[in-house]
Ligand binder design. Structure first.
Ligand code: ZN
Length: 330
């Protein structure tokens, strides 16, 4: 029905593939209208073929619905956790998606859906989402730091994620903060990730408790629930010294990394997202203080640090933005 395209509204789909959930958004990109969202469990143990079959079924159904309502689906933008070869849409490796090594995600989805499919790294998609419709709308060039299970990062320059050979651009999580620090999963020691991620926050809390530090977290660790970033945050808000100290470390470590990038690139805007940004109130004070100490060539007052706004929607909306841009709709 190609001849009817001009009279029909155009739609794109954004997808965020994470190790736990897959989130989908059907969007009318010119009006920036969110038409429909779908979310389901990834269940990674099933392997990539089964996950892809599930995803294709959801996307096909969504596309059918869109058509029924007078939309033409023009493209799909997918943010996927891990190292992605953008040109080929191949997932090279993904710690959160075991078994997906060298998986031809872009090609396979394209064959199923018969529309252009664009694959991006998930953190890059979150950046695009926040840049399009969220907290980064008016930031201009910015650095995104996303502390979650690990610490993701990306640079958005002139409206585009800054990418270079080797997929390492923007990997702020692996900047060295502590020269003789703990060994990071990347092999380096003292990376930002070992100081400012949810998994290391929990590790450090346990380590300190094992050493006999008194804290309300002791009871939490011994109870059936166990420790997670959320419970450490609650303890910090309730006045627990150990929990506050750990979030202080998160804030100062983020500030050191941010100051390094600001000095190198002259970046004046920082977006903080990721799951650990829920602990914003516990680390933003120490972060701003440390930033004031570390920034010497850049006036600290000129550096804006903002919190991501879109939460779980940033990824799929960023995927939709990507699809809208690449197909020339927006
Ligand atoms: Zn590292």
């Amino acid at each position: 029905m190609g001849e009817k395209v001009d009279n029909q509204s155009q739609a794109v789909i954004g997808v965020d593939i994470g190790g736990t959930n897959i989130k989908i958004a059907l969007v009318e990109p010119r009006r920036q209208e969110l038409l429909e969202t779908v979310r389901f469990k990834t269940l990674v143990d099933r392997g990539p073929d089964a996950v892809l079959a599930d995803l294709s079924a959801h996307l096909t159904e969504l596309s059918r619905q869109a058509e029924k309502n007078g939309f033409v689906l023009r493209g799909v933008g997918v943010g996927c956790a891990g190292l992605i070869d953008l040109a080929s849409g191949i997932v090279i490796t993904s710690p959160n998606l075991p078994g997906w090594e060298n998986f031809q995600l872009g090609k396979r989805l394209g064959e199923e859906l018969r529309v252009p499919v664009f694959i991006e790294n998930d953190v890059n998609c979150i950046c695009y989402g926040e840049y399009w419709l969220g907290a980064a709308r008016d930031l201009g060039d910015f650095l995104c730091v996303a502390p979650g299970t690990g610490v993701g990062g990306c640079l958005l320059i002139d409206g585009k994620v800054w990418e270079r050979h080797g997929y390492s651009a923007g990997e702020v999580g692996h900047i060295t903060i502590e020269p003789d620090g703990e060994k990071c999963r990347c092999g380096n020691y003292g990376c930002l990730e070992t100081l400012a991620s949810a998994s290391w926050l929990v590790w450090r809390a346990k380590e300190r408790l094992d050493k006999g530090v008194k804290s309300s977290l002791r009871h939490k660790l011994d109870s059936s629930g166990g420790l997670d970033a959320e419970s450490i945050y609650s303890a910090a808000v309730a006045g627990d010294k150990l929990a506050q100290e750990l979030f202080h470390l998160v804030g100062t470590s983020l500030a050191i990394a941010i100051a390094n990038v600001a000095h190198l690139l002259g970046i004046r805007s920082i977006l903080i997202g990721g799951g650990l940004s829920n602990g914003w109130k516990a680390f933003i004070g120490p972060l701003r203080e440390e930033l004031g100490r570390r920034l010497t060539f850049v006036p600290p007052a000129e550096v804006k640090v903002v919190r991501a706004q879109l939460g779980d929607d940033a990824g799929p909306l960023g995927g939709a933005y990507l699809a809208g841009k690449r197909t020339g709709i927006i």
